[in-house]
Design a protein around this ligand. Structure first.
Ligand SMILES: [Fe+2]
Length: 394
């Protein structure tokens, strides 16, 4: 995703014979993006990687198509009040919001995946608000913990093993297009610029330890929102080496180096990941604007092209009250939004915020699923009306 890595045993040139210690031939798998024009990784398997036979899928989450909003209002989805589905990451996902570019879901897995999973529909960006564990892939194992983003490229076989001792609370964005680093953070040779809000050192790649066999022979592939099962004759984690730029990464939101200004900077200075039709921003603990009269709180605004989603990792946020860790707010385009009553007024003189939140700005209107409506706080839209404000007729 960021730089070319090379792990394990690979031949000097691609598409030439690689042999094991008994002269057995290894098998290439070229994982390519954008046809054959985009990023790619070449992995070398002990066995032919394309022999799996179709079986019943038996796993997967309930795909729910959202509906256009019945009214143009702001929402607060209390994800912490939902009835947990539990189960593995492969089964526990609950979609809440979706449009033609992406699906946003939450999940609280309490067991490890019983099968390998390939999402052939989407890149996936997880945010682990609470919990942690290990992501197992043929390219190696990637450990993750609370406050990590986990960027999992489309089509890569994997299995989540959450830490059983921890409560898990994850957000996931499935993007039909590639999730990547915003273009403005790279120099002309692709390196992260010195003024980017993170460096190459902040991104963790899988630890490669060679082939392994967990005894699992089943995989589930999601394509076109349908789950398909496959039976493998050998462990799919049979890669002896790989080389390329296509692999999962982890990045802690706490490593995001926020920028602050003399006066309030627009939220896109917190841009962290870009995807077609959407931008993911990270709001992290930081000093606030330092002009003596600065209003260190987002101003009311009409961002006329964007539906704005905020996922709160902590229960405090500069401009909002009444939200808790795990809350998700949706402020749709078409109506202005801004701080809760009192937040704007008390902000001059504030010097620091401890907020921690993930924002998703979407170009296409979001549809709300029945699961989301079931945990929507009906009082939220009205909570922005100041009961003692100048508009009051009382
Ligand atoms: Fe906003």
């Amino acid at each position: 995703m960021l730089e070319r890595l090379s792990k394990g045993t690979i031949p000097h040139k691609p598409h030439t014979a690689l042999r094991g210690s008994s002269n057995e031939l290894r098998y290439e798998e070229c994982i390519t993006r954008a046809g054959f024009d985009g990023p790619y990784t070449i992995a070398y398997h002990e066995h032919r990687p394309h022999e799996a036979e179709p079986v019943e899928a038996g796993h997967g989450w309930r795909i729910e198509t959202g509906r256009p909003p019945r009214s143009l209002v702001r929402h607060h989805f209390k994800t912490f009040e939902r009835r947990p589905r539990g189960g593995s990451a492969l089964d526990a996902r609950v979609p809440l919001l979706e449009n033609d570019d992406l699906v946003l879901s939450v999940l609280a897995p309490d067991s490890e995946d019983p099968a390998y999973f390939v999402n052939a529909d989407a890149d996936e960006l997880f945010f682990v608000r609470a919990g942690g564990g290990v992501l197992k892939t043929p390219l190696g194992e990637l450990s993750f913990r609370s406050n990590d983003y986990l960027c999992l490229p489309k089509g890569l076989l994997h299995r989540f093993v959450p830490d059983a001792a921890l409560n898990q609370d994850w957000l996931v964005i499935e993007s039909h297009g590639a999730i990547g680093i915003p273009r403005q953070y790279r120099n002309e040779i692709g390196q992260l610029r010195m003024d980017a809000p993170y460096s190459h050192r902040d991104f963790r790649a899988p630890e490669f330890t060679g082939p392994s066999d967990e005894g699992i022979r089943k995989s589930v592939v999601k394509r076109g929102n349908v789950f398909f099962g496959f039976q493998h004759a050998h462990s799919p984690l049979d890669v002896v080496g790989w080389d390329g730029t296509y692999y999962p990464v982890a990045f802690s939101i706490l490593d995001f180096a926020a920028k602050v200004g003399l006066v309030h900077l627009p939220p896109n200075v917190h841009a962290t990941f870009a995807l077609p039709g959407a931008l993911v921003c990270s709001f992290v603990p930081r000093l606030l604007d330092f002009h003596p009269n600065a209003i260190a709180c987002p101003y009311p605004h009409s961002s006329v092209d964007l539906d704005e989603v905020l996922y709160y990792a902590r229960d405090n946020f500069t401009s909002r009250t009444g939200v808790g860790a795990g809350s998700i707010s949706l402020h749709p385009a078409g109506i202005p939004h801004g701080p809760h009553p009192g937040a704007y007024e008390v902000s001059p003189g504030s010097s620091r915020t401890e907020e921690l939140a993930v924002m998703l700005d979407c170009l296409r209107p979001l549809r709300v699923t029945a699961a989301a409506l079931a945990i929507s706080d009906p009082a939220y839209h009205h909570s922005f009306v100041d009961p003692g404000g100048s508009h009051s007729m009382g």
